[in-house]
Ligand binder design. Sequence first.
Ligand SMILES: Nc1ncnc2c1ncn2[C@@H]1O[C@H](COP(=O)(O)OP(=O)(O)OP(=O)(O)O)[C@@H](O)[C@H]1O
Ligand SMILES: [Mg+2]
Length: 392
Amino acid sequence: MPQSSNFINEYSLPNVVENKSSRSSKMTIREYKRIGEGAFGTVVEAVLKYDDPNKQQQQQDNENENNTNGYSSTSSSSSSEWLGPFAIKRVPAQTEYKSRELEILRFVNHPNIVSLRFFFDKTSSTDKKVYQNLVMECLPSNLQSEIKYYRQSKYTIPYPHMKAYTFQLARAMLYLHGYGISHRDIKPSNILVDPNTVRLKICDFGSAKKLEPNQPSVSYICSRYYRAPELIVGCSLYTTKIDIWGLGCVIAEMFLGKPIFQGQSPESQLKEIAKLLGPPPNSFFFKSNPHYRGNMYTTKLFTGSIEDRFKQIFSNSPPDAIDLLMKILVYDPDTRASPRRVLIHPFFDELKHKDFKVFPRGSNVQIELNLFNFSDYELELLGSLKDEFLKK
Ligand SMILES: Nc1ncnc2c1ncn2[C@@H]1O[C@H](COP(=O)(O)OP(=O)(O)OP(=O)(O)O)[C@@H](O)[C@H]1O
Ligand SMILES: [Mg+2]
């Protein structure tokens, strides 16, 4: 719990909505520090307190009953009235750009997706505009910072951690894609992690959307380095497989310590991909966008097979990781691996051993990770593949 003396802002509001119950209460919000600055908003660390002490008691009772995701964000000190620390994301309430972030965060409930605890609107005293505030559980780091931390000392994230992170990411995608929800901005800075528990949660649903079959969506989404090839060529009937491409880029980045495809312009992004996968086939352009008139990079930019190319670029990576990447980084979204295929890949076999444990960063005490607590809904999505996980 941060010390009371060093907060940056404190205010009281009458209409703070608790996400699960939808109950609105008067609460005091005490903000400590900025922890994120994005294209759309700012994120601050904060604690919250019910102004009415009875509400506080109710909340604590609910917490004790509902704390199922193994990551409590309520202060451990029971005598304290302050709840948190939380991360509050503040974005302009009305813009031309339609954000479905609140709607989607209210709908989802998964151990690998950041959970929303409260939300409220507030008018800024400086620009008089209304801002939407999303109060979420707070994690200490994100994958971009973790990759950077290890790169600075010329290491990569330890393999067991990479496996655990990748597995949790794929599990979140199985869940989201099961509902047809595409995150549409998968990248390391949107993936929160706790290096002390090796837990991972996807955040930033500012670009997320439930994709309906045969209904077009804008193709200018996703940060450049992580954009699937079909988006680069302007496909508007894309699927949730665009997130799987992002997953492949994130896995590759954990191994390489830097983004794998660093295009200098939106179009040269496709060239960077072609340097690994060879020229995109004509059928790819035809399926993605028959009206595409940009550079098709038809000349092969390397010698040898695509598999040789993967082995060359990932020369320090284990063969099972290379095999997984070759199943994900595929031009055709229909043949690109699905989340369930990713989850049963042998790359994760080590995690399935009964005695699998990891050393969290900076600790010499091993911890067990409970990564297989699948809900009935997830088991249903895994279908016949679920036996793979029940075998353990
Ligand atoms: N719940 C959280 N706990 C801890 N840190 C968070 C949390 N949510 C966001 N952050 C931090 O704040 C940063 C910005 O948040 P977020 O990605 O949601 O905002 P954004 O404005 O949409 O960002 P961008 O457009 O740059 O992707 C994240 O990269 C992360 O470092
Ligand atoms: Mg972000």
